[in-house]
Design a protein around this ligand. Structure first.
Ligand code: OSB
Ligand code: MG
Length: 369
């Protein structure tokens, strides 16, 4: 297989509702899509999942555009590879930039699955036809609004609720949620808003018996998290610091947490996700698939990878309509009343890409060939 052309398309997509984390609010996504073709005329799609600013990680839209166009796409273009699993290796000399790499790598996985006429999830080694879904709910303007949002999602059938927390939106808010909804599957995600100096506050959250506390401490830390995990009963879930299979191995060795939120973009795509899933599965560390407010294309890739055996807990992959008035894929991603998504049976990502809508939303395009 030889990649013959790579298109980059930036689209701007306003969110149905703003999304607030401990590092700020997002109203509109600036998403780079990747579209690859090979010399047989097969094609595939991917999505760069980085944010609009370098807040969650160092990557952000304009930087990802530059590195994709000038550095990464030329490394893949024209190279003879036997399988999509080799695309990651072609980009080895480049450090970091994993979300940009993932968008190219996952597009080639889609292309390859389409060529083989198999659903991507099966091609990746998935075993579960249905994936379990949770939702991630941002910080709201009032606790009342948060409670209303939680009620809507529970009524829709979602299997667990994650709320974003920060030192200004934690103990009292979680207390109200527990008082209102009782024993629901509930977790908090701090996006690195605390330090070890906050240990008493974090200990106090144990009373709420959260399923897990995601990323309380700095984005690059796995040492202090191990110290914290020895002090609190709530299982820690790591997100930001786990960027590679080695990071996962070290976090397991250090006992930095008990669960990993495995994001395809953050680790560089499907091949690296598969390696991390394997390490975690063999060590008994559950993983679940996180989200980055993806459009339908990134969402479809998340569904596919979530079918692997190690993805044992409900993920943050939820229905398109929670994010978009109109998604760029057809059909839109839908969630059943049991809070599950069925992996599609058609080849590749298994959703039609709405090219005309993408053209309408595009703010810049380039083709490397
Ligand atoms: O930390 O998981 C996170 C969104 C943007 C950046 C970081 C995170 C998130 C989410 C949203 O929690 C998950 C989603 O609904 O896509
Ligand atoms: Mg997180």
């Amino acid at each position: 297989m030889k990649i013959k052309s790579i298109e980059l398309i930036e689209i701007n997509l306003p969110l149905v509702h703003f999304f607030e984390t401990s590092f700020g609010r997002t109203y509109e996504r600036r998403i780079i899509l990747t579209h690859v073709r090979d010399d047989d005329g097969a094609e595939g799609w991917g999505e760069v999942t980085c944010g609009e600013t370098p807040s969650y990680s160092e990557e952000w839209t304009d930087a990802a555009w530059a590195v994709s166009e000038r550095i990464l796409a030329p490394m893949i273009l024209g190279a003879e590879v036997e399988s999509a699993g080799q695309i990651w290796d072609l980009m080895k000399q480049v450090r970091g930039n994993r979300m940009a790499k993932a968008a190219l790598e996952t597009a080639v996985w889609d292309l390859e699955a389409k060529k083989l006429e198999v659903p991507l999830w099966k091609h990746l080694g998935g075993v579960n036809r249905e994936i379990a879904c949770g939702v991630s709910i941002g910080i709201q303007d009032s606790v009342q609004q948060l409670l209303e949002k939680i009620k809507t999602e529970l009524d829709a059938g979602y299997q667990r609720i994650k709320i974003k927390i920060s030192p200004r939106w934690d103990y009292d808010v979680i207390k109200r949620v527990r008082e209102t909804f009782g024993d629901i599957a509930l977790m908090g995600d701090a996006n690195s808003a605390y330090t070890l100096a906050d240990i008493e506050k974090l200990k106090s959250l144990d009373e709420f018996k959260l399923m897990m506390l995601e990323q309380p401490l700095p984005h690059d830390d796995i040492i202090d998290h191990a110290k914290l995990q020895r002090e609190i009963a709530t299982p820690i879930c790591l997100d930001e610091p786990i960027k590679s299979p080695d990071d996962a191995r070290k976090a397991i060795e250090l006992k930095s947490g008990k669960i990993i939120n495995l994001k395809n973009g953050r680790v560089g795509g499907h091949s690296e996700s598969k390696r991390i899933e394997k390490i975690c599965r063999e060590s008994g560390m559950p993983v679940w698939c996180g989200g980055m407010l993806e459009s339908g294309i990134g969402r479809a890739h998340n569904i596919a990878i979530s079918t692997l055996a190690g993805y044992r807990l409900p993920g943050d992959v939820s229905a398109s309509k929670r994010y978009w008035h109109e998604d760029i894929i057809e059909p839109a991603v839908e969630v059943s009343e049991k809070g599950t998504i069925s992996a599609p049976e058609s080849p590749g990502i298994g959703f039609e890409v709405k090219r005309a809508l993408i053209e309408k939303l595009a703010v810049r395009k380039t083709e490397i060939k």
